[in-house]
Design a protein around this ligand. Sequence first.
Ligand code: 5AD
Ligand code: SF4
Length: 373
Amino acid sequence: MKYFVVTYGCQMNVHESEKIAAILENMGYTLANDRNEADIIVFNTCAIREGAEDRVFGNVGNLKRLKKKNKELIIAVCGCMTQKEQTAQKLMQKFPFVDIVIGTFNIPKLRYYVEAVKKGRQFELLNEGELDETLPYKRSDKDNAWVNIMQGCNNFCTYCIVPYVRGREKSRKEENILKEIKEIVREGKHKKITLLGQNVNSYGKDLEKQVTFAKLLHDICAIEGNFTLSFMTSHPKDLTDDVIEAVKNEDKIEKFIHLPAQSGNNRILKLMNRRYTREKYLEIIDKIRQQIPNCRITSDFIVGFPSETEEEFNDTCTLVQKAKFDSIFAFMYSPREGTVASNMPDQISEKVKRERVNKLLAIEKRMQKEGKS
Ligand code: 5AD
Ligand code: SF4
């Protein structure tokens, strides 16, 4: 019996698919070369932008022909997109050949749903989930081992669906993280370890025994062995000096910080509920550059946020020029149902969003060519 997992979206999903793979291997499945030879196909989905959801609908739709060929084929859809009740219902209705539809919090129970499929289609969305500390991962990357340190987000940036589909911030206990990393180092297969969380800088704030993210970094670096450490994603409002110092002073930590700015205009940042200003952001960049001159810095931007004017977009362009990032990701704003921004007036046309994203990427490309400075 063979399985195949199709992953959309961020590193968090890539890592969660490693858990899905481990669950299926524990059930006796082995990895298929492609979806055509699989007995079970799992789609681990993303909801961050509409485009990601459209692709899932298209690709799940295409599985109909496989199901026709093999009536026993099990098709499961899980993750951020199906955590939204309406989307999950739509998927169930539109694709009667899909056997399992579950949300983000149900993944640790995947074995149960696969076994229950004999009795009929499985559909369940849990609203909150305890952090799973017990199930293993089938690490898929040769060099890098992902380690989840927290899940969820409390920030409620007004454009973002994450807090709705991943719940509130929950940090793993430090001792469990250290144990997992010691095991990775002992096995010696992965030379690189990347800590994952929607907002790693607020790690530990929700724990009974409070631990700062900087302390976690130092404690991990104290583990003996030959490995490098990195982390993502940092929120500019929470990136504290002690974290910058840890990156500077710990030899094991990669000199790299991904620090999404989203916009370079103060009115838009406020509407986004980012809780920092353009000036503050540039100050942090300066501080990093002073403290860690060889640090790579990357960022994310959203263009065409509701009511963004040409001048306001221009502030994003000048911020990119000033900050001299090593690279950026630029996204066209995508309204997500249920978020505050999706109901804001003056939504920007697709045409203007496309023009702005192209312009921003052209600036970035020109800077890369010119060697940034
Ligand atoms: N539309 C466009 N981009 C978005 N992002 C998050 N939500 C949206 C949205 N609704 C982007 C942000 C974030 C990255 C992972 O995705 O830039 O940093
Ligand atoms: Fe979304 Fe903002 Fe949380 Fe990042 S920090 S996951 S953009 S709500």
